[in-house]
Unconditional design. Structure first.
Length: 81
């Protein structure tokens, strides 16, 4: 059962209660999370916040998508977006 939606790069992404941003994006088939400041590709990798490979921006803040719970109505973009 879905509990909300957020927007990723203009696309509506549904999520379940308690699901992280990264998990919801993975469920939606999205693996490319953009590029960091050095141009390296970002993606969901370790799932515990250690690698910093899933950084995204939500409401102007940079967060780790694997640790951040999805929030209904949030607007989330890639770092390079």
């Amino acid at each position: 059962m879905r509990s909300g939606n957020f927007t990723w790069q203009g696309q509506t992404i549904p999520f379940r209660a308690g699901e992280t941003i990264a998990a919801a994006l993975a469920d939606a088939g999205i693996g490319d999370l953009g590029r960091d400041g050095a141009g390296a590709g970002l993606r969901y990798f370790c799932g515990i916040g250690a690698c910093q490979s899933c950084l995204v921006r939500i409401d102007g803040r940079t967060v780790e998508a694997c640790l951040t719970p999805a929030c209904d109505g949030a607007v989330i973009v890639a770092l390079d977006g």
